[in-house]
Design a binder for this molecule. Structure first.
Ligand code: GLU
Length: 308
């Protein structure tokens, strides 16, 4: 495994509810990759979308991480406290003419745009200026950077033609909140994240995020996307699927399941160990080249599969 001179990974849960198996997989995968390389691991609470924050979820998530032995470095960052940084980034994009105001409603974009992997592709209505009588609602990034290429450590070379596959995407929403892509890119850049290891469901978010990094002159971290969760019929699990909260009083079986999901083949006896023991084994044995592209979740646990 390559030894990086500096490694800063992160786990960025959205506090929409308690930690479930899907987020545990993301936490375990990124924690292991950081620790196996002697790196640091930060936790950030992705609460930029205030309306989706569930009361008590943040504390609950942090207590679960602690109970599972997933220790973090440094202070916890909260997106809800970082609007000035997002504002500055939007200002820089406006000054460089990379951001433009848009007056379209979601329904209008749906009516005239084509469906893409991240939702409807914006048809460009306001790109050259707001049509007469229109008021600005949101801000979009001009997706003119063409083809985005990156090598995912687990999935290999990726090539995305941004204008056709994503289009001009929202960076500040109609309700005034900053969009996930912008917040994520600004946060990771400011923190100095070198390695993004996260759920496979977020793979399609990577190209727009790289486009934003390029537009802001920020470095692009290394990426590694973990397996996508499928059910036993091979179908991708959807957001509607019921997520079961993790049992903090007995972490080893869920940790063992997460390691199995990550293709690490943990021995059965680990299920009866304390979390520190399970994680010590896993750090020692961590082989990211064993990550499958998709994996089934252990019954009865199910999880969400779409970016929050
Ligand atoms: N907050 C996002 C989620 O829970 C993860 C963001 C990221 O890892 O980039 O799905």
């Amino acid at each position: 495994m390559p030894q990086y001179t500096a490694y800063l990974g992160r786990f960025a849960p959205s506090p929409t509810g308690p930690l479930h198996f899907g987020s545990l997989v993301a936490a375990v995968g990124s924690w292991l990759d950081a620790r196996a390389q002697g790196g640091q691991w930060a936790v950030r609470i992705d609460d930029v979308d205030r309306g989706r924050v569930a009361r008590g979820a943040c504390d609950d998530i942090l207590r679960t991480l602690e109970a599972f032995g997933l220790d973090w470095d440094g202070e916890i960052a909260y997106q809800s406290q970082r609007d000035p940084s997002y504002e500055q980034a939007l200002e820089a994009l406006r000054a460089a003419d990379r951001a433009f105001p848009c007056g379209c409603t979601r329904r209008e974009v749906q009516a005239s745009g084509q469906a893409g992997p991240l939702g409807f592709i914006y048809p460009g209505t306001c790109r050259e200026g707001l049509p007469p009588g229109r008021e600005a609602r949101s801000w979009r990034l001009r997706a003119h950077s063409g083809t985005i290429r990156f090598r995912d450590r687990a999935r290999g070379q990726q090539l995305i033609h941004l204008p056709d596959e994503v289009g001009d995407f929202i960076i500040r929403r109609g309700d005034g909140l900053f969009a996930y892509h912008l917040a994520m890119v600004v946060d990771d850049a400011e923190l100095g994240v070198t390695d993004v290891v996260r759920g496979g469901d977020l793979l399609p978010c990577t190209a727009p995020q790289i486009a934003l990094q390029q537009a802001l002159g920020a470095a692009t971290p290394r990426y590694m996307h973990l397996p996508v969760a499928i059910n036993d019929q091979g179908r991708k699990l959807s957001k509607q699927t019921k997520a079961v909260a993790l049992d903090r009083s007995d972490p080893a079986p869920a940790l063992h399941d997460a390691l199995t999901f990550l293709g690490q083949h943990p021995p059965t006896w680990l299920r009866r160990e304390v979390p520190a023991q399970v994680l010590a084994w896993a750090v020692d044995q961590w082989q990211p080249e064993r990550l499958p592209a998709a994996a089934t979740v252990p019954a009865p646990v199910e999880l969400r599969s779409v970016a929050d």
